[in-house]
Write a protein that binds this ligand. Structure first.
Ligand code: SF4
Length: 487
């Protein structure tokens, strides 16, 4: 029982220094309850989170006794309660197991760790499990992956977001397959494009037992709490300090398990908003926990200090789902219609992924008539489609709005469905456009099987829902001429 453990490994950062610093900083501790509750609110706020009570350069290393206690408590807890996740299972593809020193088994493990760690960046474990299993079934080894196309990889990744990660996995696999060996140290791994410090540390420690740390968001949370570090966790010197402290803790005999244990602690008991300190295996070594019990105005969730996120940019897009009837089949719910898809540029946001024709417009141009005017121009310029001229409009309706949040962009899309009756299909307007543009027309069945981004899929589903609700296609009814009456 962690909280009933005695004594010997209490945190060594000076409690006195922290206490004195807090006294100087906050009048709440020496005045009335009213002032204290004000201080509590201030501490909880993003802008007024507590300043570092100890200058970052004065944060002490973990003492040998703290280090040993943290290692043994954390590993004992991990052995007894870690989650069974597919990338922690014995490696069956080569018949090896995860503790084997067989190089082939280690390489296989390294590949599984690599795929899982890349998938887990920005994505919850629960979501990743299905993706990981499907990925490993399709590409069981790094050599298998190296033969895949970007299109296939994007399809497999569809819905996970941050598609650059998938591209880097593929490019890294090609390099590794070409070299014929899996890099076996964190420094060698870092030379593979897309493998950063964190992923290199995870692969090297878990697959090859190199004694190196890993620092992800979970580890930042655990270490800033263990040491009550309230300096900005994004600042480079804080990051450096956390890597150093994490390096001190890694267990030399079980580096991979230790790294997984500290990440597991951050992902489960030491969560950002609701830590369960009373069940925590390292509560005896946790300075934030100790302070929270000593001081009314300190909570463990004050650590790490919350940093205001950079303001998101607001973008606006007109999206047009162009559906093509072949000239005979103008039935609105036909599955024989084709949809126009355009490939995004190979660089930048959602690079190389398919989408419906989309135009980024300024907010003032997002009314229906401006959107249609701009989209008409775009389709005419690129595909010789003259709306209402060389093609017949079967239906044109707005089907709704959809907001997609990227890390730095809030993209508001106004979506319309444009069903055209078009003899002879599409062709691009000029050779110049042909070289810049990759596009295709696919029927509904193929479109549903494609690996589309979640944004494109949501937009498509909006159109489907709209069509299903449609019981009557508004038709232009010619106005009757007024009858002449004779007297
Ligand atoms: S904050 Fe709580 S859960 Fe997190 S390390 Fe400290 S005692 Fe454990």
């Amino acid at each position: 029982m962690p909280l009933s453990n005695s004594n010997s490994t209490k945190p060594t950062v000076s409690k006195l220094i922290i206490g004195e610093a807090n006294k100087k900083r906050s009048p709440a501790m020496t005045t009335t309850g009213k002032t204290r509750s004000t201080a509590r609110r201030r501490v909880a706020g993003v802008a007024t989170a507590p300043k570092s009570p100890v200058a970052i350069e004065d944060i002490e290393d973990f003492s040998p006794s703290e280090t040993l206690a943290i290692r043994s408590s954390l590993l004992r807890w991990y052995d007894g309660s870690h989650r069974d996740l597919p990338w922690r299972m014995p490696i069956t593809a080569t018949g090896g197991d995860r503790n084997s020193e067989d190089p082939a088994a280690e390489d296989q493990r390294a590949y599984a760790v690599w795929v899982s760690e890349v998938m887990l960046q920005q994505t919850r474990v629960h979501t990743v499990i299905g993706y990981f299993n499907r990925w490993m079934e399709k590409w069981p080894t790094v050599c298998d992956l190296s033969t895949a196309s970007l299109e296939e990889v994007n399809e497999m990744w569809a819905g996970l977001g941050y598609y650059r990660r998938a591209r880097f996995l593929l490019e890294g696999a090609k390099v590794i397959a070409e070299n014929g060996v899996f890099p076996r140290s964190s420094s060698a791994l870092r030379s593979v494009q897309g493998i950063g410090d964190y992923t290199a540390g995870a692969i090297a420690s878990i697959a090859f037992s190199e004694v190196v740390p890993v620092v992800d968001g979970n580890v930042v949370r655990v270490i800033t709490r263990l040491k009550a570090i309230s300096a900005n966790p994004k600042e480079s010197r804080t990051v450096k300090l956390i890597w150093k402290l994490a390096g001190e803790l890694v267990d030399p005999s079980r580096p991979g398990d230790f790294n997984q244990a500290i990440m597991e602690l951050g992902a489960t008991l030491c969560s950002s908003t609701n830590p369960n300190c009373f069940k925590c295996p390292v509560s005896d070594q946790c300075l934030a926990f100790m302070l929270s019990r000593q001081r009314d105005n300190v909570k463990v969730t004050d650590y790490p200090t919350k940093v205001a996120k950079a303001k998101q940019r607001n973008d606006f897009a007109a999206v047009c789902i162009v559906e093509i009837a072949d000239g005979l089949d103008e039935e609105i719910l036909s599955d024989e219609h084709h949809f126009l898809l355009i490939k995004r540029p190979e660089n930048g946001l959602l690079a190389g992924l398919w989408e419906f024709p989309s135009l980024i417009l300024d907010e003032a141009s997002m009314n229906q008539s401006m959107r249609r005017k701009e989209m008409n121009k775009y389709l005419r310029r690129l595909f010789n489609v003259d709306i209402g001229g060389n093609c017949k409009v079967v239906l044109r309706q707005d089907v709704g709005e959809y907001v997609h949040i990227f890390s730095h962009i809030r993209l508001k899309m106004s979506v319309e469905l444009l069903v055209l009756s078009l003899h002879g299909g599409f062709s691009v307007s000029s050779e110049e456009d042909q070289s810049k543009l990759t596009w295709k027309c696919v029927n509904g069945d193929s479109l549903r099987k494609m690996g589309l981004t979640s944004g494109v899929r949501k937009v498509y589903n909006m159109a489907l829902r709209f069509k299903k609700q449609l019981t009557h296609i508004p038709k232009q009814i010619p106005k009757k001429k007024a009858k002449r009456t004779t007297g």
